[in-house]
Design a protein around this ligand. Structure first.
Ligand code: AGP
Length: 613
């Protein structure tokens, strides 16, 4: 995904746009660019690599105080390498129209062929350049930017959010939204456009979200919203209640560490909003659970990445507590599977950003197949909500670091609460057992704080294993997903090839990988179910000379001389150990990435939310 910004007003345009891009950097950081409009016309500045390269470029330009509007872009490359030629903004051939884009234009090639046949010249490998040349072509007929944009976007297929300027229409910026988020902001000095609210914090006081197939004509003093059919839409502005503090590192060296440390308080917030005491019923504000779960005979949980690992924990929870069959599918695979969804299926879509294209597409398909849809998301106004019958907020606050951490345990907490609520309502668990689980959930924030106190042990472990090229995480049962999430965290920020396996599967092939250079981290909290089996798998691994790490709990008794390292988490019922293991594995991945000097908050090749399929 990319980030786009626009501003028109009396403020310092260049600084406002760069500040906006800085706050959107988590959306992509392959290249960046600005188009600035002053009395002399529109000038475009682009740089490949991080945003600072653009800042350096601009620091050498002669500052034109009379710049009155501009648009900007920060890129996660989809079409074309992250070169300057492919960086946005993109210009029309007559260099009078300039555009920035977030999303993907699916039919760009056929449109590009037609435009080339008409004599238009392309300078990049991007799908985006097709859009600006299509608008140029339409403008030749309409001599009006708004109409040219409407004519052009009606020909596009796919996801697109645009900011567009025309040199001959200096009083406006046109913003367009279709299946890619775009928010408008109103401030005392002028008006703003951005892909996400962090770009508006500290700048605008009120905001409006554009909906799909809408455009906005943004002038210094006014915002007019229309549909692609030209109908004017009247929408109320809402106050921006997010403070600058919510997107600051608050003294932490990285957003990731700040977000890891926020987890106990986020759990407290979720618990206090749904569970007042161990003998109280679980409730979710605004959720009619009886209606949502009525006649449900099957759950389908759809997600990607870390959210998919949360879905895998949820499968174990709902099957064990609610006796409900649960199917978990990676969203990118959902569209290929034989669809057995019906009106008795509840589809749960999990997405921190609410903008993951794969998950939105899959959830939309499940809804079209008759399922009721519940979404869990951290972003209230995100695209996925549009396809939901009900939604539950993660209440985790903005998550800036590309690696998901606090949103993961927030997803788990919501899923635990939901599963216990449903199990109680359907009398699948006794009131006494329900009270026991609720009491355990209420202790999780304090237990998590104890886990986070192990940061020095995580650091020592990272120092010892940071030069591993490969890593195996293994577990059984409900912690299979824990192993997967731990491996994903290590992979995505340290670039070490970490792979997760079911411990019982190791001897069916992967054990051939083991030697003194293949560290194995075993997730084996003390419990009555899988502990002894995982221990046997550890002995098998040790017999192959693999360095062995145990992620276990206080009271677990481990044989001597098997493990090279033992991390002991606080004791807790096996059911909630995924909640306790995750923060430690996040810390281990974080410290390993730091020890390797990685770009912890902005790992290479990644973006915070993948808004293309
Ligand atoms: C996790 O650390 C990654 N950033 C990635 O796997 C992410 O979880 C995935 O892209 C899904 O994102 P979503 O929850 O916003 O849909």
């Amino acid at each position: 995904m990319c980030g786009i910004v626009g501003y028109i007003g009396t403020g310092a345009v260049q600084n406002i746009l760069l500040n906006g891009l800085k706050n959107l950097e988590y959306r992509g950081y392959d290249s960046a660019g600005l188009a600035l409009n002053d009395n002399a016309g529109i000038k475009v500045y682009k740089a490949s690599g991080k945003l600072n390269n653009l800042v350096d470029l601009l620091s050498h330009k002669n500052n034109t105080a009379n710049t009155f509007k501009g648009i900007g872009h920060i890129r996660w490359a989809t079409h074309g390498k992250p070169t300057v030629e492919n960086a946005h903004p993109h210009l029309s051939n007559d260099e009078k129209i300039v555009l920035v884009h977030n999303g993907i234009i699916e039919n760009y090639q056929e449109l590009k062929d037609k435009l080339q046949a008409k004599g238009y010249t392309f300078h990049s490998k991007t799908d985006t350049e097709t859009a600006v040349l299509l608008i140029e072509d339409e403008y030749k007929q309409t001599k009006n930017l708004e109409q040219a944009v409407i004519n052009a976007v009606k020909q596009l297929k796919g996801a697109f959010a645009f900011c567009i300027m025309h040199q001959d229409e200096p009083d406006k910026i046109i913003a367009v939204r279709n299946h890619a988020p775009l928010i408008l902001g109103q401030g005392h000095s002028g008006n703003f456009i951005a892909s996400d609210i962090p770009a508006l914090i500290g700048q605008a006081s009120q905001s409006i979200y554009l909906d799909d197939r809408e455009l906005a004509i943004v002038t210094q003093n006014n915002i007019t919203i229309k549909t692609f059919e030209g109908a004017v839409k009247i929408k109320p502005m809402t106050l921006i209640d997010m403070k600058a503090e919510s997107i600051s590192r608050r003294g932490y060296p990285h957003f990731m560490l700040k977000e890891i440390m926020e987890q106990p308080d986020i759990m407290r917030n979720l618990l206090s909003s749904s569970l007042s005491a161990k003998d109280a019923p679980i409730t979710f504000s605004g959720l009619d659970a009886d209606k949502l779960f009525s006649h449900v005979t099957k759950l389908e949980i759809i997600a990607c990445g870390t959210s998919l690992n949360a879905a895998r924990v949820a499968k174990a929870l709902f099957e064990r507590l609610c006796r409900l069959p649960v199917e978990v599918t990676a969203a990118s695979e959902y569209i290929y599977k034989t669809n057995l969804t019906d009106e008795n299926t509840l589809c749960i879509g999990i997405s921190q950003s609410g903008e993951t294209a794969d998950t939105i597409t899959a959830v939309r398909q499940a809804k079209e197949a008759g399922a009721k849809v519940l979404v869990l998301t951290n972003r209230a106004n995100s695209s996925i909500i549009r396809y939901a019958d009900a939604s539950l907020p993660l209440m985790a606050g903005i998550e800036i670091s590309v690696a998901a951490t606090k949103s993961y345990t927030a997803q788990l907490m919501v899923l635990y609460l939901l599963a216990v609520m449903l199990a109680e309502k359907s009398n699948k668990i006794t009131p006494a057992y329900a009270e026991t689980i609720k009491n355990t959930l209420l202790t999780l924030p304090a237990l998590t704080e104890q886990v986070l106190d192990l940061s020095e042990q995580a650091k020592a472990l990272a120092a010892k294993y940071k030069n591993a090229t490969d890593f195996i995480y293994m577990a059984r049962g409900i912690n299979l997903a824990t192993a997967a999430e731990g491996a994903l965290k290590l992979k995505e920020i340290s670039y070490i090839n970490a792979v997760d396996y079911a411990a019982g599967e190791l001897k069916h092939g992967p054990i051939a990988l083991l030697d003194e250079n293949m560290p194995v981290l075993a997730v084996l909290p003390k419990d009555s179910v899988v502990f002894s089996k995982v221990l046997s798998n550890c002995e098998e691994a040790k017999a192959r000379r693999a360095p062995l790490i145990a992620l276990t709990t206080e009271s677990a008794v481990l044989p001597e001389n098997i493990f090279d390292d033992i991390i002991r988490l606080p004791d807790a019922p096996e059911l909630v150990t995924p909640m306790l293991c995750a923060p430690f594995l996040q810390l281990f991945a974080y410290e390993t990435a730091c020890a390797l000097g990685r770009e912890v908050d902005q790992p290479r090749n990644l973006a915070k939310s993948v808004t293309v399929e």
